[in-house]
Design a protein around this ligand. Structure first.
Ligand code: 8YV
Length: 320
């Protein structure tokens, strides 16, 4: 039987491309050029499936322009806010993501942002690199102790809960906001807040770990930022769309938010211009899942999902 034809939209780790070349009639993207939706749909002509990634615009217009031969879209990501799953379902196209395998890596980046903000690692690194460090001084770059602070996790899913595990190692007190309270074995003593007001007032550090999409768009707006205590810290390793960037920049400028650490951006790789000029922001280039082990695991998980589709089985991570 002929191998299924697979369009892989981005350059993937070598082990993943090797497996794809072995099991599929795969079209690769060696130059890793990012394509618009119309170009992606055109590239998908003659293919049976698409393996895409988070930056790919797989909205309704792209999905509706895909050829009828496409049976499945496997995204190399846990987040699938870039894929219009309803439009795919309407066309009978299966969509699958890669949960679990990037939980630890993304929680590590969230913890790194908390640490980098509170201990002013970004400012320190920039100072040393600019040859501007005149030597140790008793009052230089004094940050905030992490140990014992109250961490508020907005979105207590897999990644949020793993971040809570890491933060407990720093004796942080865990608070969380989500649609419902978790069972005790998952909450592990974390305090659930049924309202934004009680959540935001209770915490020193806010970590955004909720999925993107309409339900969370610009959740962290001026009104909610004002409900944080003065000098709070905000980190985001979920999706940039959850933040109203103009409002966060204002809060950072006034000092109401002391530090922010961002790994994700609304409209990335474009970054809201206000952030560049602010010293109290740590800016990372969407490193959440960027470890060698994790990216391999994500690729294998995406291919496992496609293998299931072509073996006429329901893929483990089907989301629609
Ligand atoms: C991925 C992510 O690296 O999986 C996700 O949802 O946000 C990332 O950490 C990226 O999405 C790759 O497609």
């Amino acid at each position: 039987m002929a191998k299924p034809k697979l369009l892989i939209t981005r350059k993937l780790p070598p082990a993943i491309e090797a497996r794809a070349a072995r099991d599929y009639d795969a079209t690769f993207n060696a130059s890793d050029v990012v394509r618009d939706g119309a170009t992606l749909a055109e590239a998908a002509k003659g293919h049976d499936a698409v393996l895409c990634a988070a930056g790919d615009p797989m909205g309704a217009a792209t999905i509706n322009a895909l050829p009828a031969s496409v049976k499945a879209i496997a995204t190399f990501s846990v987040g699938y806010d870039h894929v219009d799953v309803a439009a795919a379902k309407a066309r009978g196209i299966i969509v699958a993501n890669t949960p679990d395998v990037l939980t630890d890596a993304t929680a590590e980046i969230a913890m790194l942002l908390v640490m980098a903000c509170m201990r002013r690692a970004g400012e320190g690194e920039r100072m040393v690199r600019a040859h501007a460090w005149a030597g140790w001084a008793p009052t230089q770059l004094m940050g905030l102790s992490v140990t014992g602070k109250k961490l508020g996790i907005f979105g207590m899913g897999r990644i949020g809960r793993r971040l809570a595990d890491f933060a407990r190692g720093f004796d942080m007190e865990i608070h969380y906001r989500d649609v419902a309270a978790l069972p005790a074995d998952l909450a592990k003593g974390a305090t659930f807040h049924a309202t934004d007001d009680s959540f935001l007032a209770a915490i020193d550090v806010l970590s955004l770990n909720a999925p993107g999409g309409e339900a969370t768009r610009k959740w962290l707006n001026a009104e909610r930022l004002a409900k944080l205590r003065k000098g709070a810290v905000v980190v985001n390793s979920g999706r940039g769309t959850v933040v109203d960037d103009a409002a966060l920049c204002d809060a950072l400028r006034s000092g109401h938010v002391a530090y922010a650490g961002l790994d994700v951006y609304d409209g990335e790789p474009r970054i809201f211009p206000g952030y560049h000029a602010l010293p109290n922001v740590v800016l990372l280039p969407h490193l959440g899942s960027a470890t060698i082990e994790t990216r391999d695991a994500m690729g294998h998980r995406a291919l496992d999902n496609l293998d299931a589709v072509f073996a006429s089985q329901k893929p483990r991570d089907q989301v629609n």
